[in-house]
Design a protein around this ligand. Structure first.
Ligand code: ADP
Ligand code: MG
Length: 318
């Protein structure tokens, strides 16, 4: 039997809410803002064929759709609160929708996000998520706060998702010890929400790495009107070079690979010990990879030599 739009909404997109006055079912949701907090709102679209393969596991598409949005809230230092899902489906494939909704709802549950509404329509497969979070007034982590002398930090292992993608495209063969981690990073990234919250009052600027480390660092530098020097010896190399993976590819994935959803941030040198402590407190590997300098652009310090790096990340229109 064919299922209609309203069946899909009722069976798969309607979930109990925990901290929202009114969720799915009326013309709009109702949210009581917490006094003293600013709302933080972000939206990210995932287009089949561009952001995920149309034949990808629907559960991981649901996971990723919400996770990448929560990553934007994490980069602002915000506590996630609500999410809305706009989805276009080529047909009412209920098994696909059920698995997608499960992946989405599992992430929502884990990060205490209420799924409060959305829109469901027929069209080329496309998923657009809006998230709402909150942050104490004036405490959001912006891209514009980096100061000359600040340290540059990155979380996790940037480049892993790009290595998994390279493997799917037949450009390398990952060592077995790395393959599961890399593919998990690509298909079900873990937004660094706890880290983002812990960085409030410590980081001077923050961004999530969605387009590539250099490209996203470039956004901090542009917004903060400064430059950066990265130290090659301190970059977290995502993989040892092996027969199946070249040094050049690893370096390219580390510096320019997107889709990792790690946090890249700056902090005053005087807060070095605090950053190290919150790495332990949030069980997040953090790497101090360089320093903010006067000027513009990114340079790499490698065996005593400074060379300029071009921020080349993913650009949908370039
Ligand atoms: P309207 O015609 O007023 O836009 P809809 O029929 O589109 O109403 O939606 C009815 C209810 O279902 C609304 O509360 C809407 O937020 C919710 N809804 C629709 N699609 C989704 C979705 N994909 N995820 C969550 N809620 C949805
Ligand atoms: Mg509607």
């Amino acid at each position: 039997m064919a299922v209609g739009e309203f069946d899909l909404i009722r069976r798969h997109f309607t979930r109990p809410v925990r901290h929202t006055a009114l969720g799915v079912g009326d013309d709009a949701a109702l949210i009581d803002p917490t006094p003293g907090m600013q709302m933080v709102v972000a939206t990210d679209m995932l287009v089949a064929g561009t952001h995920f393969f149309a034949e990808a596991d629907p559960r991981s598409v649901g996971h990723k759709a919400l996770a990448v949005n929560l990553s934007d809230l994490a980069a602002m230092g915000a506590t996630p609160r609500q999410a809305l899902l706009g989805i276009a489906l080529p047909s009412a494939d209920e098994a696909w929708v059920a698995a997608f909704a499960e992946g989405f709802a599992a992430v929502a549950q884990r990060f205490a996000v209420d799924w409060v509404g959305g829109d469901t329509t027929r069209g080329p497969l496309n998923v657009c998520v809006t998230v709402i979070g909150e942050v104490p007034r004036g405490e959001a982590l912006l891209r514009s706060g980096a100061q000359v002398g600040d340290a540059v930090w990155v979380s996790g292992v940037p480049g892993l998702a790009a290595l998994a993608l390279a493997e799917l495209q037949g450009r390398c063969q990952l060592p077995a010890a790395l393959r599961a981690d890399a593919h998990a990073r690509l298909h079900s990234p873990e937004p660094r929400v706890a880290l983002g919250l812990a960085l409030r009052g410590v980081a001077s600027a923050c961004i999530d790495v969605s387009d590539g480390l250099l490209s996203d660092l470039g956004h901090i530098l542009d917004a903060s009107a400064c430059g950066a020097v990265l130290d090659a010896a301190r970059l977290p190399w995502p993989a040892p070079a092996t027969d199946g993976v070249s040094d050049a590819l690893i370096r390219q994935c580390l510096l320019s690979g997107g889709d990792d959803y790690e946090l890249l941030f700056t902090a005053p040198q005087s807060r070095h010990a605090d950053v190290a402590a919150l790495a332990a407190a949030t069980s997040t590997p953090l790497w101090c990879i360089g320093e903010i300098v006067a000027g513009s652009g990114i340079a790499l310090l490698d065996e005593g030599q400074l060379s300029r790096l071009e921020p080349r990340g993913y650009d949908h229109f370039a």
